[in-house]
Design a protein around this ligand. Structure first.
Ligand SMILES: Nc1ncnc2c1ncn2[C@@H]1O[C@@H]2COP(=O)(O)O[C@H]3[C@@H](O)[C@H](n4cnc5c(N)ncnc54)O[C@@H]3COP(=O)(O)O[C@H]2[C@H]1O
Ligand SMILES: Nc1ncnc2c1ncn2[C@@H]1O[C@@H]2COP(=O)(O)O[C@H]3[C@@H](O)[C@H](n4cnc5c(N)ncnc54)O[C@@H]3COP(=O)(O)O[C@H]2[C@H]1O
Lengths: 141, 141
């Protein structure tokens, strides 16, 4: 096992930067959010406001759960409900300078975490894939 | 960084065993598969046959993509199409005895991998969460 330069890495050094991250807006109707999620293929994406501030995440599962009625999926409700009403507001975020190894703890239970600077601006996301890829480099088989 | 007993771990030692894994059958209609995926909350689950042999995986995204028409999601088609027609048949699997570190390479691009024995029987899944949790134990901050 090679010595771990992992110890010097930060969230910023491994993150997918914001311009490459699919996202939706707080006040978008669920219909729009579901289309973005299906077209991009992602299970969940960040929710931002007009000023690029991070507010939480929205998933296909949250949307589908919301419209699942007793006998069918009530698709007509998608245009009546906004992202803000269904999204998960309570997700952890990290600063760009956060230590890679502290991020690892969050990624145990979250497929990705938002990287948000001190002013609340959204800088990008740190994904499990990026961390696993980095780990794999340091532990050669 | 502690010495890595990771080197002795196998897929079997870290997997979620089959009785705890939500799954669908090859010949189920998509309607049934979508309900299992929404009720369980999982993005994708394994597809098995009557003899508990592994055939691939099915995701919410594959189902929603299939029924996405020009103007709306054509939900009425869910009862006409089977899992077999939409699932991903070409996913990697590992043997229960497979080395943990070789599984790591697969998990870079797959959120989980199926653990399948030499006879093709489904034993369980190895998830990114289990691997990250194990890694975190060995690299203390
Ligand atoms: N278009 C694509 N091309 C190549 N591989 C793809 C892919 N879509 C998904 N994957 C693979 O599947 C994993 C799970 O994706 P999922 O959409 O469930 O979960 C994703 C998604 O919810 C979010 N995510 C990743 N990249 C994103 C982006 N550019 N924009 C918005 N959200 C993103 O972060 C989660 C974890 O991502 P991670 O990369 O660790 O892990 C990804 C990646 O390994
Ligand atoms: N009910 C729940 N309770 C607690 N945490 C939950 C959860 N559902 C999801 N998560 C968390 O979200 C991650 C992504 O779940 P996802 O459903 O996209 O992606 C999942 C899902 O597609 C599949 N999976 C995991 N456990 C499963 C099970 N018991 N049956 C069937 N599929 C499972 O493996 C993927 C990776 O799982 P992993 O555990 O690494 O990562 C999970 C886990 O950290």
């Amino acid at each position: 096992v090679k010595a771990m330069p992992l110890l010097q890495l930060t969230a910023e050094s491994l993150m997918v930067s914001s311009e490459k991250v699919a996202h939706v807006q707080l006040n978008n109707p669920l219909e729009h959010a579901l289309l973005i999620l299906v077209k991009s293929g992602y299970s969940s994406v960040p929710v931002l406001d007009m000023n690029y501030q991070f507010h939480g995440i929205i998933s296909k599962n949250a949307i589908l759960n919301e419209i699942l009625g007793l006998e069918r999926f009530e698709m007509e409700r998608l245009s009546e409900i906004t992202v803000n009403e269904v999204m998960d507001h309570k997700v952890p975020t990290v600063l760009p300078s956060e230590h890679f190894l502290r991020c690892l703890k969050y990624l145990i239970d979250h497929p990705y975490i938002a990287v948000v600077n001190k002013n609340g601006d959204f800088d990008g996301i740190l994904t499990r894939r990026a961390v696993l890829k980095e780990m794999n480099k340091y532990i050669h088989v």
